[in-house]
Write a protein that binds this ligand. Structure first.
Ligand code: C5P
Length: 240
């Protein structure tokens, strides 16, 4: 059983209001995407990594990989091969393109990770792989700490329609992992039905397969808004 990783990195990142997509912004001197790549490249069980970027970014990303991920960026360890593929207009399209390129067997494991979550740690990646091996599908999820409200959006702002007991809620993070055959079937069904999900679990849930949850961490943050970069730098400094 092999483990493959897909990093969707073809977003435009409009919420960040930056000159370039957030996955290419610098975090302590390295592009965010490179931090994410290094985290997975350092996990011995990972066989290969597929990064999906916009067609016009492929050459730039290949050059960055050659510069920042030389064959053995960690002493004594050569990393798994990294392939750069063309992404699509939605995150789902980007993952679908990478999934089509993957040289994986049905029982192999596929992990999908947001390229813009650069602080993912090896222990969480390992726990996710173990949970997928056991359950067929597993994601990293953060228990809700705040009280969770369901709202209706109106012209006058949001109005609460219900309070959701927080023991029933986790906030979905990544990595999200699946047996390759399950992920391919779920993606094919979603495409046939015109379903667009904001994560892979939602696509697998609708295919009728249970998805387990591995505890996540608030430090596995998704760089989304201005201010998130400073927070990520703070967490990296704490780690060092
Ligand atoms: O936009 P969002 O924050 O949900 O993006 C999550 C991840 O999906 C990012 O790493 C982004 O680059 C990626 N993405 C993609 N293709 C798209 C849109 C987003 O690979 N068309």
């Amino acid at each position: 059983m092999k483990v493959f990783v897909i990093l969707p990195a073809a977003g435009i990142g409009t919420r960040m209001a930056a000159a370039q997509p957030k996955q290419f912004l610098s975090l302590v001197g390295l592009p965010i995407l490179i931090h994410s790549l290094r985290a997975f490249a350092a996990v011995p069980r990972v066989s290969a990594i597929y990064v999906a970027v916009r067609q016009q970014e492929i050459a730039r990303v290949e050059a960055q990989i050659a510069e920042f991920l030389p064959g053995n960026f960690q002493p004594g360890h050569s990393h798994p091969p990294i392939h750069v593929v063309s992404g699509g207009d939605t995150r789902q399209d980007s993952v679908s393109n990478a999934l089509a390129a993957l040289a994986a067997a049905p029982e192999d494991i596929v992990l999908v990770h947001d390229a813009v979550r650069p602080l993912i740690d090896s222990a969480t990646i390992d726990r996710t792989i173990d949970a997928v091996a056991q359950h067929g599908a597993a994601i990293v999820g953060l228990p809700a700490i705040d009280t969770v409200k369901q709202v209706e959006r109106t012209a006058h702002g949001a109005l609460i329609t219900a309070t959701i007991p927080r023991e029933y809620v986790v906030l979905a993070q990544t990595p999200q992992g699946f047996r390759c055959s399950l992920l391919r079937r779920a993606f094919a069904e979603a495409a046939a039905d015109g379903f667009q999900g904001t994560d892979e679990a939602s696509i697998v849930e609708r295919a009728g397969h249970p998805v387990a949850v591995v505890p996540g961490s608030p430090t596995n943050l998704k760089i989304t808004q201005p201010g998130d970069l400073a927070l990520a730098e703070f967490h990296l400094a704490q780690r060092a």
